[in-house]
Write a protein that binds this ligand. Sequence first.
Ligand SMILES: C[S@@+](CC[C@H](N)C(=O)[O-])C[C@H]1O[C@@H](n2cnc3c(N)ncnc32)[C@H](O)[C@@H]1O
Length: 250
Amino acid sequence: MKQSRSEFWSGEEYDAQYGNYYSDEISFFQDLMLHRNVLSLLDVCCGTGLVTITLSKKLSHAVGIDFSRSMVDFAKSKSSNISNVTFYEKDAVSFDLKSVFDLIIMTGNAFQAFLSDTDLSSMLENVKKHMHGNSFFVFDCRLPCPKYFETTHNYEYWSSYTSYSGENVDVYGLDSRHPTLSNTMLHRVRREYENGMQYQSYIELKYRSIDEIGDRLEQHGLQLVERYADWKKTPLTESSTSFVGVVRPL
Ligand SMILES: C[S@@+](CC[C@H](N)C(=O)[O-])C[C@H]1O[C@@H](n2cnc3c(N)ncnc32)[C@H](O)[C@@H]1O
């Protein structure tokens, strides 16, 4: 079972809502690129290329893949005048670019999109296939903890943002446990536009512990070599609710 694409229905709206939140990720990667010999980048589940496009300025080439057409189309249109970036509409579970990259990244907690162990395994196998002996794979992921498993009975106000067309949008969410998948939340989302329009979507998020993720990585010849609580490199503790992992081939 795949994560619903309904939440990623518009690249323009995605950037309007989240476009300003990636400075920590970008600093993290720029620091890594400065200290290691990173010339090529593969961004798996790249969305609209918020991170890919910014990082490409310091690289020989960058590639982004994502299975939501609207996200990839917007990434392509934003980078149409940049020659060293390419975006493809592809599923991370089944892609083969027939090349290797110095750095592979997965941001925005997209790691939680791989709902079944089979899909997670296929994605990790593909990541490994696109690495050479000195490549890095870096991703972020929320961790299973009570606050992420809280449920609500009604839609509750989450946040507001200014849409691509300049209107105020209020975002409401209804949180429940997924009816059939373990350690998975199902979030229903409703966006209410100033002009009365509404957009409804939903998204499933799978939660795995660091130990489980570490085991899965090892099964695919990958090893967690650094772990942090966030992109600012805050040390990970027992009470951390998310983590950033730096992975190398075993
Ligand atoms: C939360 S967004 C993050 C996008 C981008 N990495 C960022 O940080 O802005 C998650 C993205 O994962 C993509 N995605 C989910 N499952 C995927 C899969 N199996 N293959 C490719 N893309 C996938 C979605 O289409 C969406 O664009």
